[in-house]
Design a protein around this ligand. Structure first.
Ligand code: ZN
Length: 71
């Protein structure tokens, strides 16, 4: 999972700091051929991801990763 330093790391969509108390989504390290590689090992505001189609797909992808982990 991405290492996110609250109040230091930036969301690369809006270039604003990821602050404590915000809804933040961290992506794991991915292979370069992954469709969502642009999100590789980074943190984003959930609201920023939800603004774009790819972001919404990435959230879904992340959810599936979590689900497969629990099985
Ligand atoms: Zn953002």
């Amino acid at each position: 999972m991405a290492i996110i330093f609250l109040n230091q790391s930036e969301c690369t969509i809006c270039n604003q700091t990821l602050n404590e108390g915000q809804d933040i989504v961290g992506f794991p390290a991915m292979f370069k051929d992954n469709k969502f590689y642009i999100f590789n090992d980074s943190g984003f505001h959930r609201a920023c991801l939800e603004k774009s189609l790819l972001g919404r797909e990435a959230l879904k992808y992340l959810k599936e990763l979590d689900l497969s982990k629990n099985n």
